[in-house]
Design a protein around this ligand. Structure first.
Ligand code: JEW
Length: 264
């Protein structure tokens, strides 16, 4: 993988920090981590997803931890022009994605074990907690809309056939389509799949579990262009380093994201 060492897919399920609750056990989840996580992506721009061939997720695909398939929505049309859009019912600007190609594409990839994600600016906000939950699913399908979005009946219909259907927003800004949002979710989820990140300790430290921003990082040289590394990091006192880092986290969070702190 990234360290150049061969990686074996371990059939032993990783211990959970907490047992699954009863409500949890009814959600789709991966009982056997030896099986790759399957990700299907439906889009009119399959070439957007070539970035999944590189870096951490590219390595995870090559080592069989993640199995990604990208599908061109236009392959599920039947007219000469491979039309995927039409005018909005009730009038208004722009175009809406017609339901028929989506229905056929989902027929080709959907099972009753699938979690289907529709990126949309009208969805629930995607946060780290949700990323952790999705990392436990065996099959994720990303439906990437364009234009003004997808006919809402596609989402309603999918709710009757999939294990779980999520309309997710990655933030309060408007993108031109769901592809970049899907990539954000895939990257956030992919790195949490057991075995994808070489050193699991880096996941624990970054877990956002404490709800604070990260502390600042430094490396060598100890002095660079007249700027010093904070001396505490060079002293070898691990308790002092941990305390300093926690203080930095609190100060940063107070300064740039005070809403993340519990009410004073
Ligand atoms: C996003 C998917 C598909 C997600 C986040 N829908 C819609 C829509 C669009 C433009 C104007 C109004 C509505 C474009 N669009 C998307 C946008 C996801 C689609 C079409 C998206 N921001 N934007 N967080």
């Amino acid at each position: 993988m990234d360290g150049g060492h061969p990686r074996v897919v371990d059939a032993t399920p990783t211990r959970r920090s907490q047992p699954r609750s009863w409500a949890d056990s009814r959600r789709p989840h991966r009982p056997n981590y030896a099986e790759a996580v399957r990700i299907d992506i439906v889009t009119i721009f399959p070439e957007f997803f070539s970035v999944l061939d590189v870096s951490l997720l590219g390595s995870a695909r090559k080592s069989g931890l993640i199995d990604v398939a990208v599908h061109d929505l236009r392959d599920f049309t039947h007219d000469r022009h491979r039309t995927v859009d039409d005018t909005p019912s009730g009038g208004g600007a722009g175009m809406v994605m017609r339901p028929e190609p989506w229905g056929e594409a989902l027929d080709a990839v959907l099972t009753d074990q699938s979690t289907v994600v529709f990126p949309t600016p009208a969805g629930r906000l995607f946060v780290q907690k949700q990323a952790r939950e999705l990392a436990d699913r065996e099959h994720l399908i990303f439906c990437c809309g364009r234009y003004e979005g997808i006919d809402q009946r596609v989402i309603e219909h999918t709710r009757t056939r999939a294990a779980e259907v999520l309309e997710l927003s990655i933030g309060d800004y408007v993108l031109n389509g769901g592809e970049v949002a899907a990539m954000v979710v895939i990257e956030a989820v992919g790195r949490l799949i057991p075995g994808v990140v070489g050193n699991p300790e880096s996941l624990v430290e970054e877990s956002h579990e404490d709800g604070l921003l990260e502390y600042p990082s430094y490396t060598k040289p100890a002095e660079w262009r007249g700027l010093e590394t904070p001396p505490v990091l060079l002293g070898g006192n691990h308790a002092a380093i941990a305390a300093w880092r926690h203080e930095q986290q609190l100060e940063r969070t107070r300064r740039v994201r005070p809403e993340l702190l519990p009410p004073a």
